[in-house]
Design a protein around this ligand. Structure first.
Ligand code: VG1
Ligand code: CO
Length: 562
């Protein structure tokens, strides 16, 4: 029997409920401890109530379909209703891709949203789960809010709940549970309509009928974008069923990492080569990341956002209308987009890692397109990075290059023209996952003190090929609200503008992940189309020498190279 009375349940704090780069991410087993999830959800609602100036709270809830999501949606409704939430808008089956949730928060003018995802981290009973709070602009909560949530988790003594019994998450429609309204919506429909207002689908269709042999392959990696991808590629664009793979969302993503990069998206990478695919693409578990690849080229995310920025105002209807107001990248992302900003004569911003730092700039009307080297690309159409948006953007640009510019439109040809115009920012990232935390900390403190030591600037590395011109621990002052974010990564810049950046990840769920970002600019026309790993080898060696990773951690090889 449902009981619509508010119950108060005593509880005690759990250590470590501090949201990282993108929400709280832990093993499912950690979230399953009695009261663990309840505490964090109550802390979130307490913070929302403190921060919001309305009693009419409307909360969007949903996630990437991973294991433990459905139970958590129920928990959120029980606790939220007891805290006075007026209405929940929930994706059917509890499902929302991260960009789709951002869109719904904005279009429905919700107070915020609770997104249940650990993004590209593996799922299933032995793997990861995550909870992330997004604010009313549709973007991840800024640090002021996540810090308040964290503080609340350290002081919690009770949570409130209403024991409704099971809420029906699968039937679209509006229902009332006591005083609380629950609306279940088809999240894919809204999202696909949004993309139709942004891109030139007619141009894409014209391109596809002129080029019936142009092969497209989309891989949802068993994550949340499967149904969205099917709607776009097979229903809207009329492509054959064989143009999409792994499009049924699975609670454990088929036991794989739903992470679109050359290592984890191996099925796509193999098929692209075997089938001679012209545009291969993948997105991650929650649909905010993307990878663009073809039979003869891999587009780094840093290049991808630069190319989108380059063509946006001519090729993409949304930007034809709004213009390109400004561009931005996260600090470790390569400077390719900076060169485009300079050409377009628009503002360029360098923010810390994490999408939450782009939101203020977008809200202030100063930022249109931005990206991160970690396969994140997006724009001010929403406040999250958007995997399918980036993929359709590429398709729109390819169609434009072919039909309007009458130029060769293979991805390789597009990249080659881009490099001839701007030069190439070679880029790679080495990840060392699940290092023992104490080893990672020792290595990081060594680096922190090394780069500020008095004789570091001017030192030469790599047989004197690289001279340090400056080094710092990146600190960011938000140009809109002047908030300061310190310790955002160790940055070493050499006199030829090459960069090495060291950072510890804020999204892992066990041990520490150490990231090494390496970038080198090349303008010599004969050296624009090299293998990135070959072009960067000398600088990679310098990075390994400076970090002394093998000495500190025993690791001789990275876990993943992107
Ligand atoms: C990583 C990436 C960062 C990205 C974040 C969330 O963070 O480096 O660029 O914004 O993941 O992406 P970290 O702290 O592990 O380096 V997602 O797709 O997990 O929402
Ligand atoms: Co993600």
């Amino acid at each position: 029997m449902p009981d619509f009375n508010v119950k108060t349940v005593p509880t005690t704090p759990f250590a470590g409920q501090k949201p990282g780069t993108s929400g709280l991410r832990k093993k499912v087993k950690v979230f399953q401890q009695p009261n663990y999830t309840e505490n964090f959800v109550q802390a979130t609602f307490s913070t929302v109530l403190d921060e919001s100036n309305t009693q009419d709270i409307v909360m969007v809830v949903g996630g990437d379909g991973r294991y433990f999501m459905r139970e958590t949606v129920q928990t959120i409704v029980r606790i939220g209703a007891a805290n006075g939430v007026k209405k929940f808008i929930i994706g059917q089956g509890g499902i929302f891709s991260t960009p789709a949730a951002s869109n719904v928060i904005r279009t429905r003018k919700a107070t915020g949203g609770i997104l249940l995802t650990a993004s590209h981290n593996p799922g299933g009973p032995e793997n990861d789960f995550g909870i992330k709070y997004n604010v009313s602009n549709g973007g991840p909560a800024p640090e002021s809010v996540t810090n308040a949530i964290y503080k609340a988790t350290t002081e919690i003594t009770e949570y409130k709940e209403i024991q409704f019994g099971e809420i029906d998450l699968d039937t679209v429609g509006i229902r009332k549970y006591g005083e609380t309204e629950v609306e279940i919506i088809d999240s894919a429909a809204d999202y696909v309509s949004m993309l139709e207002t942004i891109f030139d689908f007619d141009l894409i269709k014209a391109f596809l009928s002129k080029n019936p042999d142009f092969k497209i392959l989309f891989d949802a990696l068993n994550g949340v974008t499967g149904p969205y991808g099917k709607k776009i590629f097979t229903e809207k664009l009329g492509l054959p069923e064989t143009s999409t793979i792994q499009c049924v969302p699975l609670v454990d993503f088929g036991g794989e990492h739903p992470d679109p990069n050359l290592t984890y998206a191996h099925k796509l990478v193999d098929s692209v080569n075997k089938m001679g695919v012209d545009l291969g693409a993948a997105s991650d578990g929650d649909g905010d990341r993307n990878m663009i690849i073809s039979k003869d080229w891999f587009v780094t995310p840093s290049d991808s956002v630069a190319v989108i920025a380059e063509y946006a105002a001519q090729a993409i209807p949304y930007f034809k209308k709004t213009g390109v107001k400004g561009l931005a990248r996260s600090m470790p992302t390569s400077g390719a987009i900076d060169r485009v900003a300079k050409k377009l004569n628009v503002e360029m911003f360098e923010v810390p890692t994490g999408w939450k730092f782009f939101g203020n700039l977008m809200d202030a009307g100063r930022l249109s397109i931005c990206g991160e080297e970690s396969f994140g690309t997006g724009s001010d159409h929403i406040r999250e990075k958007d995997g399918l948006w980036a993929i359709v953007a590429w398709l729109n640009i390819i169609a434009y290059v072919d039909l309007k510019l009458n130029l060769p439109c293979s991805i390789r040809a597009i990249m080659n023209r881009f490099y001839l115009k701007y030069g190439r920012n070679y880029f790679t990232r080495y990840d060392y996952e699940e290092i023992e935390s104490s080893h990672a900390e020792a290595m990081y403190s060594h680096l922190e003190s090394l780069i500020v030591s008095p004789d570091f600037v001017g030192r030469k590395f790599g047989n004197n090929a690289f001279t340090v011109s400056c080094a710092d621990n990146f600190s960011y002052v938000d140009p809109v609200d002047s908030s300061v974010s310190k310790n955002q990564g160790l940055r070493i810049v050499f006199s030829d503008s090459s960069r090495i950046i060291f950072r510890l990840s804020g999204t892992g769920s066990s041990g520490a992940t150490f990231r090494v970002y390496i970038e080198k600019y090349e303008s010599n026309e004969d050296s624009l189309m090299l293998e990135a790993q070959d072009a960067l080898k000398p600088l990679v060696d310098v990075a390994l020498e400076i970090s002394q990773i093998t000495k500190f951690t025993g690791r001789t090889e990275p876990t993943v190279i992107t």
